[in-house]
Design a protein around this ligand. Structure first.
Ligand code: SAJ
Length: 429
């Protein structure tokens, strides 16, 4: 059968599976550029929320984009797929407790579109997956429709690469890597993205594209582990890790990353394990970096407890429970592990985060309640809001005035002037 050729992919109808941090902005972007888009999520509550004009996630600029797309009638949201020219799968790929990729959502989404496939359709997987998944899992599932990939059905992996907090900007300006099962699959996927983004679209095969994505996040994880090791070394030898980083980064080929309370989020703390899963005996460095970063919450909690000289168990105020600053996302947040480690050492924990209403790690309090009769403030997430805090107003609320800044973020001089003893991760003063 002659495959349908997209001479006009700019007009293609699109079905996006998964309306999370990636799927929702992606669906809205394509709709804002004139595509007819059906956004699908298996969670009826999420779909109802969107239909009522609310967003399930907080991301700068997203509300306006989604409202515009829904208002134009080009974006509709539903719990089931429908026929389309292009299917984009953007569903989560969490890791199991054994650090293996849980591909159940990818499998379910792929199976859900099979009944709606037509000759000439293009299927794109954006979810982050272990090397070989597009070829070994998606291809056979899709060919169960009776069509052949590369002949009358096209399949490619195009990993998402956007940074939470900057998703809309990066969705448009970042380069994309497209890995087709065949060269024609790659060209079809290239055409669909090139119509809406300003970055370049680079073509390769599917397994290479999968590995590119995993290596990007692993590069960051390994480098954060190196920075965290520098912080620990600095604590030991009595130097300032932040000064070392600043000075070393004047070298034209050095870019040391930032230490912190650990690596969280649904990407960097998970993806490197997919490389370990693919080749366990060849990925020692990747594994050790993961383990070093996972140990940081315990290290931070222990450092704080060792520094605080209080009679009896202290009360500690956590500032920021998200996995990093400027986002509302608490998935895999180091703060949860810091809280548990502190509690294990006998501390009482009270947390405050202006971006978050619910946190699995415990109850959240307003700033005053969180600081009232506390022995220490522990800064974990670098939200810009925390720069506006007035230490002289916080000081009278505290039982003892101690500040531990794990991000080298606050103006510690202001806190000192308000009477706080200050400690920074990886610094002797
Ligand atoms: N972190 C540090 N020190 C650093 C950098 C990060 O401690 O120097 C920590 C953060 O606090 C956070 C974690 O690492 O807990 C991850 O944060 P991030 O900002 O490095 O990355 P994510 O997870 O928000 O987004 C990453 C991005 N990948 C890269 O920058 C290579 C993004 O482009 C990807 O699209 C995203 O993962 C993803 O979805 O895979």
């Amino acid at each position: 059968m002659q495959a349908r050729c997209y001479t006009s992919l700019t007009m293609a109808s699109i079905c996006v599976l998964g309306l999370g941090y990636i799927g929702l902005p992606t669906a809205s972007l394509f709709a804002s550029r004139g595509h007819r888009v059906r956004g699908v999520d298996i969670d009826p509550a999420r779909v109802a929320l969107l239909q009522n004009g609310h967003l399930p996630i907080d991301e700068p600029g997203l509300h306006v984009l989604v409202q515009g797309a829904l208002g134009s009638g080009l974006l509709e949201v539903a719990t089931t797929p429908d026929e389309a020219d292009v299917f984009i799968i953007a569903v989560p790929t969490p890791a199991t407790p054994q650090h293996h990729a849980d591909l159940s959502h990818v499998k379910a989404a792929t199976e859900a579109i099979v009944p709606f496939l037509r000759s000439g359709n293009l299927v794109i997987l954006e979810s982050t997956v272990p090397p070989g998944t597009t070829r070994d899992l998606l291809k056979p599932l899709l060919e169960a429709s009776g069509r052949r990939i590369g002949e009358d059905l096209f399949l490619a992996h195009c990993p998402e690469r956007v940074l939470p907090g900057r998703i809309l900007t990066e969705l448009i300006t970042n380069d994309r890597v497209v890995g087709g099962l065949t060269p024609r699959c790659s060209e079809q996927a290239q055409a669909i993205y090139q119509g809406v983004i300003e970055g370049e679209v680079y073509l390769t095969d599917a397994t290479t594209a999968e590995t590119v994505k995993l290596m990007e996040n692993t590069y960051r994880d390994v480098n954060v582990a190196l920075a965290n090791e520098l912080a620990r070394l600095s604590d030991r030898v009595g130097i300032d890790a932040w000064e070392v980083i600043q000075l070393a980064n004047h070298h034209p080929r050095v870019h040391l990353h930032q230490p912190g309370p650990g690596v969280g989020g649904h990407c960097i703390s998970v993806d490197p394990w997919f490389l370990v899963e693919a080749a366990p005996h060849e990925t020692h460095l990747v594994r050790v970096a993961r383990e070093r970063n996972d140990d940081m919450p315990r290290y931070v909690a222990h450092s704080l407890m060792a520094w605080l000289k209080v009679p009896g168990p202290p009360t500690v105020t956590l500032l920021g429970v998200t996995y990093k600053g400027n986002v509302d996302d608490t998935r895999e947040s180091p703060a949860t592990h810091v809280a548990h480690a502190l509690q294990e050492e006998g501390a009482t924990v009270k947390a405050h985060d202006p971006r978050v209403t619910h946190w699995d790690g415990g109850p959240l309090f307003d700033l005053e309640t969180a600081c009232r009769d506390s022995d220490a403030v522990l800064l974990l997430a670098d939200h810009p809001e925390f720069l506006q805090l007035a230490p002289d107003l916080i000081a009278p609320m505290m039982r003892r005035k101690n500040l531990f800044d794990t991000r080298h973020f606050l103006n510690v001089e202001l806190w000192r002037q308000a009477g706080f003893e200050v400690k920074r991760l990886g610094a002797h003063r």
